[in-house]
Design a protein around this ligand. Structure first.
Ligand SMILES: N[C@@H](CCC(=O)N[C@@H](CS)C(=O)NCC(=O)O)C(=O)O
Length: 339
């Protein structure tokens, strides 16, 4: 009797998987057919996603799309980029205009449910802060009562701003501007006392857009949690899995000390975890519906998470790893096991 129940349960789960697979695959089939990943990015936030002088997209968010293309299509260059403002980004994903959104986007309950998205990871743990001209003579956010605040619409930033001022019993005057260039121009021309966004965004804006960075200061208060990560539309589990595990592979590579420079040598490692990651012991690729060199290519072409962070965030913005250090170094970045 017991045995029968187990068999029935087994048969049911196989049927469930088969049914699921019948519905899955539309996004993935589309990507394979066109031969590239359409990646929604920021219109220009150096360190995260921005086009360089040659028009080539760079940044930690761009590297996620490159990693996925390397894993799925065999080449990290098989990506096309769609620059999107915060207000445009979710519609672009829902309508199928883009395959993945990799654009300093905070994972929240309503985005994950009502908006029909699936977040596939957190590539940057952040929090919201405030940027002010030093001439304002303010050293704490608690001194901002009555301030005029530049903020972008369709962001968690807007919501946290209202929560924070309400909780502190302070008032503020929002100046809501969708385009980052216009919003920062408004702030730097003195139209707002304060600019608010994710702390990484503030660092990027201050060091790459301020006429003179020393004239601006980031206040010490961090008023929210902003786990930033890529998202896909719901409905194609295999596509979501590939996006999720491409990112994890970059992180696990860092945990193992596998880099773009030593990945060939590491294929000879006798560590079973490294052998699995690099496809020396087969199985992980097959489980994802990819070949066994999927993660090898990611590391070879894009690098591990630490390399991507160093090249984009530390080198361009001077931001230390902080919360984004590996868990073994006191941070929050922790790779789910590739096994
Ligand atoms: N993480 C927040 C804020 C993201 C956001 O869009 N921030 C602005 C300010 S840095 C931005 O990236 N703007 C660039 C643009 O819209 O082009 C969210 O997901 O809502």
């Amino acid at each position: 009797m017991k045995m029968k129940t187990i068999l029935a349960a087994g048969a049911m789960s196989v049927a469930a998987i088969a049914a699921n697979n019948a519905h899955a695959g539309a996004a993935l089939d589309g990507i394979k057919a066109k031969g590239f990943v359409q990646c929604g990015v920021n219109t220009g936030l150096p360190g995260f996603s921005a086009a360089n002088a040659e028009g080539k997209w760079e940044g930690i968010d761009v590297d996620i799309c490159r990693a996925i293309a390397a894993a799925l299509l065999g080449d990290s260059n098989k990506v096309q980029y769609t620059p999107l403002t915060a207000a445009q980004r979710f519609t672009a994903l829902q309508s199928g205009e883009i395959d993945i959104l990799s654009r300093n986007t905070t994972w929240t309950l309503t985005r994950d449910t009502s908006l029909g998205l699936t977040f596939t990871g957190v590539n940057y743990y952040d929090g919201q802060g405030f940027l002010v001209p030093t001439a304002l003579g303010v050293s704490s956010a608690e001194e901002l009562d009555g301030a005029t605040v530049c903020v972008e619409p369709g962001t968690t930033t807007e919501l946290n701003l209202a929560d924070y001022f309400r909780a502190k019993g302070m008032s503020f005057q929002p100046v809501v501007i969708e385009n980052i260039n216009e919003a920062t121009a408004a702030f730097f021309s003195g139209r707002c006392d304060v600019y608010t966004t994710d702390a990484s965004g503030l660092a990027s804006i201050r060091s790459t857009m301020a006429p003179n960075p020393d004239d601006y200061a980031i206040l010490p208060e961090i008023i929210s949690k902003e786990p930033l990560g890529p998202a896909v539309a719901q409905g194609d589990e295999q596509w979501a899995d590939i996006a999720r595990w491409a990112q994890i592979a970059m992180l696990e590579a860092e945990e193992y000390g596998v880099t773009s420079a030593n990945v060939d040598e590491m294929k000879g490692s006798d560590n079973p975890g490294i052998q699995r990651l690099l496809g020396v012991s087969p199985g992980m690729g097959e489980a994802l519906g990819l070949d066994e060199e999927w993660a090898y290519r990611i590391i070879k072409e894009v690098g591990n998470y630490g390399e991507s962070y160093e090249k984009n965030v530390t080198a361009k913005l001077g931001l230390e790893r902080g919360l984004n250090a590996l868990w073994t170094e006191g941070g929050l970045q922790y790779a789910m096991p590739v096994r």
